[in-house]
Design a protein around this ligand. Structure first.
Ligand code: ATP
Ligand code: MG
Length: 352
């Protein structure tokens, strides 16, 4: 599984694509591991919902992983992680016949845009972004790497390369899309209209709490439920979930607000009558945590079952994921060539 991606071009296309112009979506994820419920509610759900209305570009943002982990061992993990991640996309309902999935590092024009955009942003503007400090901290970096400071500029390159109109992301990425809008406006002002000003679309749940009650579900905090977890793993994780810490026994009235078990119930349990009943009994001290969690595990497993089935079906098609990534990347490279031709024309820079 460490075989590099996008290194053969003998494959035949998966499908011929529509040529009708639709507005475009760009979003994606760093290939750092499997996707979890936070990724789903923050961004993935909107991609699936909108993929018929928009022409969708989903980027495997491998260069972004280098901002905190540039070492070769980390690079060697990218291909395997990317394959798992694309399976998660497919499991969630991304349709490879209509959406384009591609590998960031295989599109050098993104780095070209990155350099041009660097001229349009100040260092203090970047230093004010809390997300970058958080990332440096969670990667245990003493000082800010230049590339990490430039993370949102590279992301602007991702977004503007296919000239996207909409960017579905979680709350933590909202400020980066705002910066992208500034860059696009500034570029257009200096050189002429090349880029649409992209809108951000934050998911129904802007930030999903972790199973431990911490503000954000995140791999590095080890408080995740993965889309690919099996039923037993989900049950186990839910059993260990943080609830109302002041509740010492089932006959003590409990607090529902801010309680992650109930937050998840409201998001993932479509049986609203059951949720209302559990909340009522929790508040009055007539239901135990064990039952509330048992019902949540069942709801989550009902939610994940169709994803598991789709994942297994796609996984059984050997080589499919690599083919999706290769074909998507070739398509974006053509797109990239066109955008850079426009950029060179607008700026007056040389190059063919
Ligand atoms: P993790 O923190 O688990 O390693 P990540 O931060 O590396 O995940 P990114 O690639 O940065 O994941 O983010 C991918 C997308 O998922 C972004 O749009 C991000 O906002 C969204 N996202 C990640 N975690 C959450 C969450 N807990 N709630 C809502 N959205 C989330
Ligand atoms: Mg993140």
């Amino acid at each position: 599984t460490n075989k590099p991606l996008c290194q053969s071009s003998e494959d035949t296309p998966l499908a011929s694509r529509e040529t009708v112009q639709k507005p475009r979506i760009l979003t994606g994820d760093r290939p750092t591991g499997r996707l979890h419920l936070g990724h789903y509610v923050g961004s993935l759900q909107n991609r699936v919902k909108l993929q018929d209305q928009y022409e969708c570009f989903f980027i495997i943002a491998d260069l972004h992983t280098l901002t905190t982990r540039p070492e070769k061992t980390a690079i060697q993990e990218i291909a395997g992680n990317a394959r798992e991640m694309v399976l998660d996309y497919l499991a969630a309902g991304v349709d490879p016949q209509i959406s384009t999935v591609y590998l960031q590092s295989a599109v050098p024009e993104i780095y070209e845009l990155n350099l041009l955009f660097e001229m349009l942003v100040t260092v203090p503007r970047l230093q004010r972004l809390p997300s970058l400090k958080d990332m440096a901290r969670s990667a245990n970096l003493q000082e800010m790497p230049f590339g990490l400071l430039g993370y949102p500029i590279l992301q602007s390159g991702d977004i503007l390369l296919p000239r996207a109109h909409l960017v579905p992301v979680g709350k933590d990425n909202e400020a980066h899309v705002e910066l992208t809008r500034e860059i696009a406006r500034r570029f257009n002002h200096l050189y002429g209209e090349v880029f649409p000003i992209p809108e951000v679309l934050v998911g129904d749940v802007p930030t999903l709490v972790g199973t431990d009650g911490k503000a954000k579900m995140s791999k590095s905090l080890n408080n995740t439920i993965y889309l690919s977890d099996d039923a037993t793993a989900v049950e186990k994780k839910v059993r260990g979930m943080f609830t109302d810490p002041n509740r010492v026994s089932a006959d003590v009235p409990g607090t529902v607000e801010g309680n992650p078990v109930f937050i998840y119930h409201r998001i993932f349990n479509p049986d609203t009558a059951e949720v209302a009943d559990l909340e009522e009994r929790y508040r009055s001290g007539t239901v135990g945590d064990v039952e509330v969690k048992q019902r949540l595990a069942e709801a989550l497993n009902r939610f994940l079952d169709p994803l598991r089935e789709r994942r297994a079906a796609y996984e059984a098609e050997k080589g499919l994921v690599d083919k999706i990534i290769l074909e998507g990347t070739l398509r974006v490279r053509e797109e990239a060539r066109q955008t850079l031709a426009e950029v060179r024309k607008a700026t007056g820079l040389g190059g063919v």
